[in-house]
Design a protein around this ligand. Structure first.
Ligand SMILES: Cc1cc2nc3c(=O)[nH]c(=O)nc-3n(C[C@H](O)[C@H](O)[C@H](O)COP(=O)(O)OP(=O)(O)OC[C@H]3O[C@@H](n4cnc5c(N)ncnc54)[C@H](O)[C@@H]3O)c2cc1C
Length: 369
């Protein structure tokens, strides 16, 4: 059989593409080398967040957030979707200037946010340390338990007629054909490479996508209240980052009553084991902002690798040197947020439609040759 689309990767990005394309009536085959648990998706934090490091990032994250809000009503309760909002925390007056800048930036596109001074920050989050300058509250941001959301998207794609092949590791892609390491050949008119860090399967992407390691810590259930996803404004510096290791305070309330604490960023390591020096720095930072977590036990620590690109934007769209091969990868620390927008852009390109936001900034054609 020849499919309309073969998608390589059943992480959140491949799952979202499969769901979208099969809902459009295309015949879809998803191939994944693993039996379950896409690595970056399983390791992520599930913060659905609008970010404005660049116009293109702002457009994709805010568009994707709208799509998540539409999907939320259909997700099962186990997906733990919660519209808790984000607090971007300013520790000094210089960071309050950034709060102000963000507020006006968001207002430009009609995205609601609110500036909290020291006192209103304390009443919003009484367990934060005293003496912080304030925060920007972005009420439209949410959190989701992304492994369940991913399974939901894959299952819905299957219900639309998609075929899912697990333990199918792709060794080669050419126009019209995908081949697995076991020699199986799948013909498809269009091929979407949504293989996260494994997208280096295409030589073009191998030049640009590299893994950026991260750690997360989850605690036991606690009565220590956290009402929003809390992120220090310094997180933005850590996320842009140089090649140096960095940590930033980032804490997420879970519906289970647990706290999910992040996060770190490291290039140059392919070793998935926990680096306790980095975890120590991460927890020190967390306790500086959130001293009430001091008595709460951690129950698990894990690592994951974000598929990063040199300019911090994902690759979405047709790959140079092919006629019908598309990339949907390189989402770094925003792949859960931007999965749905990515899928919409891929569907529009394959179906020859204009998209809700310009596609050009994400084109893989910007990769240096
Ligand atoms: C610590 C951490 C915290 C994060 N927090 C957030 C957050 O709060 N919000 C947010 O939006 N994002 C967050 N992210 C980023 C997000 O998790 C990733 O961007 C996203 O999961 C990438 O999804 P993916 O589908 O591209 O990749 P993956 O989930 O890695 O899926 C790719 C799939 O492709 C398969 N594959 C690879 N190679 C092949 C091959 N040759 N043949 C067949 N299959 C193949 C793999 O088996 C895998 O299942 C975080 C990431 C980390 C590590």
């Amino acid at each position: 059989m020849t499919y309309d689309v073969a998608i390589i990767g059943a992480g959140i990005v491949g799952a979202a593409c499969a769901d979208r394309l099969s809902a459009e009536g295309l015949s879809v085959c998803i191939l994944d080398s693993r039996a379950e648990h896409a690595p970056a998706t399983a390791a992520g934090m599930g913060h659905i967040v609008v970010m404005d490091d660049s116009e293109a990032q702002f457009a994709l994250t805010s568009y994707s957030q709208q799509l998540w809000n539409e999907l939320a009503v259909e997700l099962p309760p186990e997906a733990e979707f919660e519209n808790c909002g984000t607090l971007w925390i300013a520790s000094d007056e210089e960071e309050m200037e950034e709060v102000d800048r963000k507020f006006w930036k968001y207002a430009e596109i009609g995205l609601a946010s609110e500036i909290l001074d020291e006192r209103s920050l304390r009443s919003a989050e009484p367990n934060l340390k005293k003496g912080l300058s304030g925060a920007l509250r972005v009420p439209g941001d949410s959190v989701v338990y992304q492994p369940v959301a991913t399974n939901f998207l894959v299952n819905r794609a299957e219900a639309y007629g998609a075929s899912v092949q697990r333990n199918a590791s792709v060794s080669m892609v050419i126009d019209g054909l995908v081949e697995t390491w076991t020699g199986e050949r799948i013909e498809a008119e269009h091929i979407v490479v949504a293989a996260g860090c494994g997208s280096t399967l295409l030589p073009e992407l191998a030049r640009a996508v590299r893994p950026r390691k991260g750690h997360l810590v989850i605690t036991e259930r606690t009565s220590t209240a956290v009402n929003h996803q809390l992120v220090e404004l310094g997180y933005l510096k850590s996320a842009h980052g140089t090649d140096e290791d960095s940590v930033a305070f980032n804490i997420q309330p879970r519906k289970t009553g647990q706290l999910l604490i992040g996060s770190s960023r490291q290039y140059g390591s392919n070793d998935p084991s926990v680096d306790f020096e980095i975890v120590g720095k991460m927890m020190k930072r967390a306790l500086e902002y959130f001293p009430s977590a001091a008595g709460v036990n951690a129950t698990r620590i894990w690592t994951g690798f974000r598929p990063a690109t040199p300019d911090g934007l994902p690759y979405i769209g047709k790959v140079r040197e092919y006629d019908h091969v598309f990339a949907a990868t390189g989402h770094e620390g925003l792949g859960i947020t931007t999965s749905l927008g990515t899928a919409a852009l891929i569907a529009d390109e394959i179906l020859g439609r204009v998209s809700a936001i310009p596609r050009e900034p994400y084109s893989p054609k910007r990769i240096d040759v």
